[in-house]
Design a protein around this ligand. Structure first.
Ligand code: 76R
Length: 264
């Protein structure tokens, strides 16, 4: 791994499971009954979580009828949630058409890039003892900040009932490969991304979950809004923001409205 292109340090929080399910055609399951059963079943599961929450949204377009999102403290708890739900009566009339496991993540681009520059300036290297000691203390400071806590342990915003979920990856084409950029360059691009996003403060809440190693997609993007039109506006602005314009690859979009929620 070259010193230039090393990954950013990350902090991780709750694990996430996103499930898109649809009514099984021909089973005669009335959508109203299934949605009631699903919200009750998911609420019960959410209520039993020691930490985290589960929520259900009614999706507005095919191929799914419902989006289920579960946040839990451990990978094992998510597996248990999925297993339990698949057996539950609430699931009798539905089948999963998409699912993704990921973990709430904060990428420390700025700090990692700064420490790499400091290591080079003192004639050291990324990953040497001085680098690791400084990284550890910076990570701890970040982890305890309220801002990062909100990213790692995201809460459902009570006044934002609309939800938009999509998986995405960063491009790895010859000559246009995110993973070959220097960390300084990725840090610069992510700063600009954050500035674009912050124009939507108070209107959109984003939850970024990392899927590398868990999923064919690298990130899950879960957006909550008061007004669904803000999804279109923000995602359009992001398309023109340099990092998305050059490096973003998108999966399917799932959009709808939350109607059942359970927090622990
Ligand atoms: O300042 C900060 O702490 C947060 C800055 C920030 C990071 C690090 C941020 C801000 N995002 C970050 C990371 Mn985001 N985000 C997306 C999408 O549709 C698209 O083009 C992309 C999908 C949207 C709409 C969005 C919105 N963000 C990430 C990452 C991880 C990348 C990595 O680590 O390499 C992805 C994949 C991603 C994608 N982003 C914001 C927003 C919004 C609204 C903000 C500002 C609000 C906030 O600070 O929470």
């Amino acid at each position: 791994m070259s010193a230039e292109a090393h990954p950013p340090a990350t902090l991780e929080g709750w694990f996430a499971l996103h499930q898109v399910v649809r009514l099984i055609p021909g089973t005669g399951a009335a959508s109203r009954d299934v949605s009631r059963a699903l919200s009750v079943g998911v609420a019960e599961i959410g209520d039993r979580a020691a930490a985290g929450w589960s929520a259900v949204a009614a999706l507005t377009t095919a191929p799914g009828d419902f989006l289920l999102a579960h946040f839990r403290a451990s990978f094992d708890e998510l597996a248990a949630v999925r297993a339990e739900l698949s057996e539950a009566e609430a699931f009798a009339g539905v089948e999963e058409v998409f699912s993704m496991v990921s973990v709430a993540e904060a990428g420390l681009y700025h700090i990692t890039a700064e420490l790499a520059r400091a290591a080079a300036a003192r004639g050291g290297t990324v990953g040497d003892a001085a680098y690791l000691a400084e990284l550890e203390s910076r990570r701890e400071a970040e982890r305890s900040s309220e801002h990062v806590q909100r990213r790692l342990f995201p809460q459902l915003p009570p006044d934002m009932p609309y939800v938009c979920f999509y998986p995405m990856s960063k491009r790895r084409d010859p000559g246009q490969n995110w993973y070959e950029l220097t960390l300084d360059e990725r840090s610069r691009l992510m700063r600009s991304h954050g500035e674009t996003g912050r124009k939507y403060a108070g209107r959109i809440q984003q939850v970024i979950t990392g899927g590398i190693g868990f999923s064919e997609w690298e990130w899950g993007v879960t957006l909550f809004a008061k007004d669904p039109l803000d999804f279109k506006k923000l995602v359009t602005d992001m398309r023109f923001d340099e990092v998305s314009a050059k490096y973003a690859e998108f999966g399917p979009f799932f959009v709808g409205k939350l109607y059942g929620l359970a927090t622990a």
